[in-house]
Write a protein that binds this ligand. Structure first.
Ligand SMILES: *[C@@H]1O[C@H](CO)[C@@H](O)[C@H](O)[C@H]1NC(C)=O
Ligand SMILES: *[C@@H]1O[C@H](CO)[C@@H](O)[C@H](O)[C@H]1NC(C)=O
Ligand SMILES: *[C@@H]1O[C@H](CO)[C@@H](O)[C@H](O)[C@H]1NC(C)=O
Ligand SMILES: *[C@@H]1O[C@H](CO)[C@@H](O)[C@H](O)[C@H]1NC(C)=O
Length: 251
């Protein structure tokens, strides 16, 4: 390791260890380029402040602690093919990836506990390194999530009409070289999807069950700053052919 990389890594360790300021929440739903409603109007409010989850086998992994019921949360109507996204308080403060999953409610989204099938529809992972993308010495990965305060993407046009949970999952990797120390930041928005989508959503997984904690994207083989490649965890992205993103679209 070069001296420069050592200093960089050491500085990040101090920042990471010294405060919960690097933690975050998802409080705002974004639709077609605008924040809609008040914070938590359409996103289930969690009861664990901005603390991360580390136990992939907990039902908290669905919609965060306190998020199993949505009866205090409203449901926002969108069209399949609309652009959706989340606002982040205060920012994505650790190296890691941003993913989004979707699950169709059997009835009203507000009454749904997230025990059904989840498909992965968005993954924002590593950034493409270029001459202006970092202060280190050109080894290792850089992350497209670095300090982002929002992100947005297209809700698949083939999403069948119905009520859904849209689950935002931030996965912080700064401690993920140790088993069960990857940090998950999770929140669910409630969506009523209209349109004429007829897609078959899948592959899917249940939560818990989505991750074991041992997959290479959750338990990384080396300290994060030494990673030279990264495989995001979860089922193949839906719809088939959806690619991982390497450049964020912020608000
Ligand atoms: C280069 O990296 C910077 C910082 O990450 C980013 O803002 C910019 O869009 C990148 N440029 C290209 C051409 O990818
Ligand atoms: C989660 O459950 C799986 C399957 O039972 C087990 O292999 C794994 O060790 C558990 N992970 C954690 C973090 O407890
Ligand atoms: C969902 O959208 C449909 C079509 O616009 C509408 O009839 C229905 O009332 C909406 N449901 C909710 C919960 O907003
Ligand atoms: C990915 O990185 C790990 C360690 O960071 C290394 O052991 C492995 O060979 C790499 N795989 C590929 C395909 O480059």
């Amino acid at each position: 390791m070069s001296f420069r990389k050592f200093v960089y890594t050491f500085a990040l360790l101090i920042v990471g260890a010294s405060s919960a300021q690097a933690h975050w929440t998802y409080s705002r739903l974004i639709v077609n380029g605008e924040v809609v409603g008040e914070p938590y109007q359409y996103i289930r409010r969690n009861t664990n402040s901005n603390s991360p989850l580390t136990n992939v086998n907990s039902t908290d992994m669905r919609c965060n602690t306190g998020g199993l019921s949505g009866t205090d949360t409203q449901t926002y109507t969108v069209q399949a093919g609309d652009e959706v996204g989340f606002g982040i308080d205060e920012h994505f403060g650790h190296p890691g990836v941003q993913q989004v999953y979707i699950s169709k409610a059997p009835g009203a989204a507000a009454d749904y506990d997230g025990s059904g099938d989840w498909a992965r529809i968005y993954a924002l992972t590593t950034a493409v390194r270029n001459s202006s993308s970092g202060s280190d010495d050109g080894e290792g990965l850089v992350w497209a999530t670095d300090n982002i305060q929002s992100f947005r993407f297209t809700l698949p046009p083939s999403t069948p009409p119905g009520e859904y949970l849209l689950r935002s999952e931030g996965l912080a990797l700064h401690a993920a070289h140790k088993f069960s120390e990857a940090q998950f930041y999770v929140a669910c928005a409630q969506l009523n999807v209209t349109g004429s989508g007829v897609g078959e959503i899948g592959p899917v997984a249940k939560i818990p069950g989505l991750y074991s904690g041992y997959e290479p994207g959750v338990l990384i083989p080396v300290f994060w700053s030494f990673l030279t490649n990264y495989t995001s965890p979860g089922p193949t992205l839906w719809p088939e052919g959806t690619q991982e993103q390497h450049l964020v679209q912020e608000l």
